[in-house]
Design a protein around this ligand. Structure first.
Ligand code: LRH
Length: 482
């Protein structure tokens, strides 16, 4: 059959990549054109050093990656951009007004108070359908309104939309990611009434588009060496929320499986056709995020690999020569710890000394925390697995989806200890892979828009299942904890 090529720009909270893909009805091959760290920066703001994203640095890495693609493939059909959710840039007259805040910046608590004083949380949930996360865009926007930043701005662009704007000059809001603002109605329109009640400027919110919509072409004036042929590739909106793209590429039967998109976060849930807005779901802090093709991502955020990466950062800061593969190998040799900690505790959200915080969690309960890095890694993995298993059970109970298997995609799919522990604690088989699910979901949606593929998400997932290796972990019943 015919094949063509597209490029996926995938920006995670820990690292970014540009993937070059060949796609056809029976073909799905990705090669990495660029991979780079996403390192946030603290900048003094008069009273404290605030945590920001280096979006200009990211854009520069994106252009370098696209340059590499262009030099080997001048006929590239399309480019799609996805990134982590909720964060955004404010612009005036087309110019970015400042480096976007990082959702892990400590400023958010005051924004939550401001919003909840104006609109009760239960009402926010009825409208937006989101789990409570203190950094949901609406809380951050309330702070921007309070400190005057919003008065200076005439445009709000979520991170992937900002990158797409810098590539094309065209401004829009892709719907899956816009759903994480808390400012959409159930029908996926901007919630004008809520926007007004919160004192936000309605005109700052750009036109909404669905994943699969062509949004422009590369600007000729990017000042980089991008030797694409003719008018260059189309930039196509994809599931621009990274998790929405990842869910597209889960090779699952959504009627009887749960998924865990496991990177910086562990996003644990099921895919639905309709929102679930029950009080039980709200109490369990489940979200109804917008998926590609109008599906609903009913899921809950679990802390994720952040606990491991931030611990390793701390050990390296102390001068220890440790890395993840070495620690995981050592951790696997240790006995399963008797106690796990609550991986959902909000104390783990902000950057900092994770091993000390975990130790604190145990000591407050009169328990002893593991002393060695390998012991700490083991208890982190087991605690994540316990939270994953419990959340899968909750997702099944809240939705009625008879979950028979758990798919793990993203970087966590490479972590055999985590996959096996999740299978053991859930008493369900874990199917691990693909690791690059987010980039693959990004590729599939733009390839379909470009006419290289056709069909619904089930057809796209069948292509993933045929072309990527999946590792199966069978639960060890003896080890299943109560
Ligand atoms: C994962 C993710 C997640 C959001 C968080 C901000 O990268 O997009 O889905 O909750 O980052």
């Amino acid at each position: 059959g015919t094949t063509g090529t597209v490029a996926a720009v995938d920006l995670g909270a820990t690292s970014g990549r540009v993937m070059h893909a060949r796609v056809g009805a029976d073909t799905l091959e990705l090669t990495e054109a660029a991979r780079f760290l996403n390192t946030p920066v603290r900048v003094w703001e008069g009273e404290r050093a605030a945590l920001h994203w280096d979006v200009m640095g990211l854009f520069s890495s994106v252009l370098e990656g696209l340059g590499t693609v262009a030099r080997s493939d001048a006929a590239l059909a399309s480019i799609g951009v996805d990134a982590w959710a909720v964060d955004y840039g404010l612009l005036r007259g087309g110019r970015l007004l400042g480096e976007p805040y990082h959702y892990r910046d400590e400023r958010t608590a005051r924004g939550v108070d401001l919003v909840h004083a104006a609109v009760p949380p239960a009402e926010l949930y009825r409208e937006g359908g989101l789990q409570f996360l203190p950094f949901n865009s609406l809380y951050q926007l309330a702070l921007d309104a309070a400190d005057g930043a919003l008065a200076a701005a005439d445009r709000f662009l979520l991170i992937p939309d900002l990158i797409a704007y810098w590539l094309t000059g065209s401004q829009h809001a892709e719907r899956t990611n816009a759903s994480t603002t808390g400012l959409l109605t159930a029908d996926g329109a901007w919630n004008n009434a809520l926007i007004e009640r919160l004192g936000l400027p309605r005109t700052a919110f750009p036109e909404l588009v669905d994943a699969g919509t062509p949004v422009g072409r590369l600007l000729p004036s990017l000042g980089h060496d991008l030797p694409f042929a003719g008018a260059g590739p189309t930039v196509t909106a994809v599931g621009s929320h990274d998790t929405a793209s990842a869910v597209v590429a889960v090779p699952m039967d959504a009627s009887r499986a749960a998924y865990i998109s496991c990177g910086t976060w562990g996003l644990v849930g099921v895919e639905l056709e309709q929102r679930v807005l029950s009080e039980e779901g709200r109490a369990a802090n489940f979200t109804n995020e917008g998926g590609v093709d109008g599906r609903i991502r009913y899921l809950h955020n679990v802390m994720g690999l952040w606990l491991l990466s931030e611990s390793i950062r701390e050990w390296q800061r102390r001068g220890l020569h440790v890395d993840l593969p070495g620690l995981l190998a050592e951790a696997a040799e240790l006995p399963r710890p008797a106690e796990v900690f609550d991986a959902e505790d909000p104390r783990f959200l902000a950057p900092g000394d994770m091993p000390a915080r975990i130790t604190g969690w145990f000591e407050e309960r009169g328990l002893r925390a593991p002393a060695s890095p390998a012991g700490m890694v083991r208890v982190i993995v087991e605690s994540l697995a316990a939270a994953f298993a419990a959340t899968v059970q909750q997702a099944a109970a809240l939705t009625g989806v008879p979950v028979e298997a758990i798919h793990i995609v993203g970087g966590g799919a490479r972590n055999a200890l985590l996959c096996q522990a999740t299978a053991d604690r859930a008493g369900l088989p874990v199917l691990a892979g693909p690791v690059e699910a987010t980039a693959i979901g990004n590729v599939l949606v733009q390839a379909r828009a470009a006419g290289l593929l056709s069909g619904d998400l089930e057809t796209l997932r069948a292509l993933v299942a045929r072309t990527t290796p999946i590792v199966r972990y069978t639960p060890d019943r003896i080890l299943v904890h109560g």
